[in-house]
Write a protein that binds this ligand. Structure first.
Ligand SMILES: CC1=C(CCC(=O)O)c2cc3nc(cc4[nH]c(cc5[nH]c(cc1n2)c(C)c5CCC(=O)O)c(CCC(=O)O)c4C)C(CCC(=O)O)=C3C
Ligand SMILES: [Fe+2]
Length: 381
């Protein structure tokens, strides 16, 4: 697909909200942060203590906040380069600067209509609707949620971008670099397996992500197939790949998406697999899930199994990714202006909706949340 020429017009938006998960900055933040994340989610105490230890092992500090600041700076630079006058404001669901701090900042800037860009490329409750609910609930607490949406700053959202060319190209670039590293470590790229990794979610959340489009796992499989095809073409050999999961939580009785990356490595090693490249396509930066679950845990598993393993990078602030994000912002602006725009994609799935459909990405299949959400067809859908 050819790139559509886009005007450098971000109107009707007067600000961009970079909207993320958040993470602790120091040891004292760890427990309050975990309380924010898990409020009402039924995560067992043992799991929380274990996750707390992951953070303490890294000095009580998650890399995520610095990574988001770097992404914010990269977005600002790309916007300036293209002559687009759009201030970027950063906010998080689970830590400072909170969503409400971001709205304060938007008000200080005099913004009346903002476009939200979530640091999650996939559509599911965790990566999409939970952010939309958080915006609505935050405005509600501020007394700014009118019957048809915000009476304060008005928000739209950039579509889930797992199949946008910039995200796909950034991941392919990172995987190609990992193959070179594997060769340097003495591995054999021609027989290595490419394992894509993402955050596991409960099976019920996977089912509920089906409402208006392909499920969370299907979105990953679509992107993975394209990345594997690029790698195969560039390297000139067949690439065998599969998808695995990390970071499972919740009670053991509750089914979550599998296989777990460690189980997969163990099983494949038993079948004689020697070399592996792990590509964390589920994450946009090397935050704690990557630093602990992959770099610490899965790499240790691979070492114990005598495998040669390399972890590919995340898209982070790769120029091709950042420039794709700015394209997505301009695309959303053109849609908001009522223009006819080509919504660029790669892979087999269509572009995901910029305005979420009723019932989209609920937490559990068939269970309305009763929580209002912005950026859908209406507040309570
Ligand atoms: C799909 C998905 C993404 C990717 C999309 C996105 O980026 O949004 C993601 C990202 C992240 N998850 C993160 C951290 C945590 N996630 C937890 C818990 C959970 N995650 C879930 C899903 C996801 N999570 C789910 C279904 C739960 C169970 C509770 C619930 O149903 O909500 C818990 C609680 C303890 C535990 O169980 O692990 C923690 C501490 C961090 C911060 C890392 C850092 O600090 O660097 C980030 C970026
Ligand atoms: Fe998570």
């Amino acid at each position: 697909m050819s790139l559509t020429p886009q005007s450098a017009d971000a109107g009707p938006y007067d600000a961009l909200l970079l909207y993320s998960f958040g993470g602790p900055n120091k040891p004292e933040d760890v427990v309050p942060f975990l309380r924010n994340v898990t409020a009402g989610k039924g995560i067992p105490d043992e799991r929380l203590e274990e996750v707390g230890e992951h953070y303490y092992g890294f000095g009580g500090k998650s890399p995520i906040n610095e990574q988001n600041l770097a992404l914010k700076a990269a977005l600002e630079a790309e916007l300036a380069e293209r002559g687009i006058d759009l201030p970027v404001v950063w906010g998080n669901r689970n830590w400072e600067p909170y969503t409400t701090d971001a709205i304060d900042e938007l008000e200080r800037l005099g913004a009346r209509r903002a476009v939200a860009l979530v640091t999650s490329a996939y559509s599911s409750y965790s990566g999409c609707r939970q952010y939309r609910e958080d915006l609505a609930v935050t405005l509600e607490k501020r007394g700014q949620l009118g019957p048809d949406g915000s009476t304060g700053v008005q928000f739209d959202k950039v579509r889930s971008y797992f199949n946008h060319p910039g995200f796909v190209a950034g991941n392919a670039e990172a995987v190609l670099e990992a193959y070179e590293e594997l060769e340097k470590k003495g591995g054999d790229p021609a027989t290595a397996k490419l394992v894509f990794v993402t955050h596991s979610i409960p099976d019920t959340m996977e089912e509920a992500s089906r409402v208006s489009h392909a499920t969370y796992s299907a979105q990953h499989l679509d992107l993975a197939a394209v990345v594997a095809a690029v790698v195969s073409e560039v390297r000139g050999h067949a690439v065998e790949w599969e998808l695995a999961y990390c970071s499972r939580s919740g009670p053991p009785s509750q089914p979550w998406l599998e296989p777990d990356i460690n189980d997969l490595l163990t099983e494949r090693a038993g079948e004689g697999l020697k070399d592996v490249v792990m590509s964390p396509i589920g994450f946009v930066s090397d935050h704690m899930e990557v630093a602990y679950d992959l770099d610490t845990e899965a790499m240790a598993t691979a070492a114990e199994l005598g495998m040669t393993a390399v972890r590919a990078g995340t898209v982070g602030t790769r120029p091709v990714f950042v420039s794709g994000l700015v394209d997505l912002v301009l695309e959303r602006a053109a849609l908001a202006r009522g223009e006819d725009v080509a919504e660029e994609t790669v892979g087999n799935l269509p572009p995901f909706r910029s305005v979420c459909a009723p019932g989209c990405c609920l937490r559990r299949d068939g269970e309305p949340s009763g929580v209002p959400a912005l950026c859908g067809v209406d507040l309570n859908s």
